[in-house]
Design a protein around this ligand. Sequence first.
Ligand SMILES: [Zn+2]
Length: 561
Amino acid sequence: MLIRAFALLVLLQVYATTIFAQPPELSGVVTANGDATASRFFAGASRNNGERYALEFNFDEAIDIDVKIDIEVSHQGSSGNIFLLILWNDTFFMRDQLGAYQPWNLQLDTLSPAISEAALTDSYTIKIADDLAFGPIGVSGVTLKIYAAYNSIKNPGDLIYTGNPLSVVINTRQTSENCAKALYSDFPAPSSVDSVHRYYNFSWQNDPFLCTNVYGDVPQEISSKVRAGLQFTTQKLGLLAPFNGFLLNFNLNNKDEYISAVCETFAKPNEPKALCIRDTPPLNYGRAGGGAGHEGIFNGGGSENSINAYYEQSVFWQEAGYSSEEAMREWYAKEIAKVSVHEFFHAHQQTLMWYFEDKKQFGIPISLSDNIASYRNANKQHDKVFYTPRWIEEGFAEFAAHFLMQQYDPSGPERKNIITMLDLLLYGIEVSTSRGDVISLGDYEYETEIDLVNSENNPTGIPRNIRGVFDLGEWAAIYLWNKDPKNLQGILVDYWKNWGEQENAHPRQGWKYSFEKTFGLSIEDFYVEFDAFMKKPRDEILAILKTNEQVSTATFTPASR
Ligand SMILES: [Zn+2]
């Protein structure tokens, strides 16, 4: 870490200002004393000398990072200082007047300027990196956050700065020999066995990797957002197994090539590839899914996410209520990245369920491998949970996707979307209740035949119109977080970590015991408490939803290997 820090400090030297296109404006300019300001900040990172700015870069791509500050008229001509800061992992580095970067301890009195001026001019353009590839100097798998600030003698003690920094993602190295390839064709011999689990060591355990594999015509703004969102997510949640995300436009020319890659990457034990290719449904509808199931964990986890809704909606941007086609496209690029994070979370959930931290081995319940039929509701008995209740699986994934995308980009639409979803949910509950159908979170435990609660299992026989597993499940997570701040750790990491040990102690009921261990109450008691909460007036329900600020500053500990 120290050596890497020095490498960064040495190579990020000052560069002469050159002419470049104006980078995008940063929103959220703030002043330390709360006054309004007309000053503006711009920043961007580019792989083509400022021709086009992007969020995410490959390990060995040479990039430029440009910052521009427009100083408000009343401060021009006064003496002042320009400050530049880079947040790398958990450390701030400030640029000194020689152009080198020094660690900063967050104390204002030790903050030193990059430029000190007797008379501030109207505008400053500063190049932070000039054709620099970050990966080879030891900076990769990270999001760099770049802040700019200045002060003026006109407002003593005030600091004008970018509240929302420029985020630049530098990907880990993605080698073609790893991505979209089988790592094993079957489970290796177990390292050990007990009465409940078989335990395995995998060759990739010390070096899990993240791959985003793009197939077909996918606009770069989408693939960049997805890559950056996933990179950010793995930094936050931890990565314990390889993950292959497939992002595609299903109108691709060579579908066979794509299906072949998917079949190879997500091979089932000893399944002939030709059989997988034969059984893969045709790629003619938009779909998204992800996981790291008990059958294929030897190759890690993965997801598939098609972007075709992005094209379909573009024709209807006016009808769909967007101000322009561009606004629609921007919304969908973010939404697709959010869906990718949701699907990644499914792989994260399952990877942690199998992982035994003490043993440093992955354990698969023998009953799952050898008697999968005993988990299935073949006769629609509607009485069995598979892995974990569906509302936990989907609800926590939806919560995590919103939470992580909000942290990644606090200016995004996540909070607004959660509120829209709540209104649809409350309307659905109201309509059901009015005809004597009482909805409970507990109705949404089951893996299969979820449609039963949409008619046969509710006394009215009329289907419900709520997305119980997603929306009610996400609000259950929101409720848990509000109930106890520590529950954020439980929702994102610990419930999943505890599952394996609890499953070993209580076969087929790990989900129930893990809930109680993680959140400190039984799942049955939680249903009673949460069902009562959802009957409260809308404003009381909405009052527990965290603000963007609270989400941005919330912390939790990633899963460790
Ligand atoms: Zn899902």
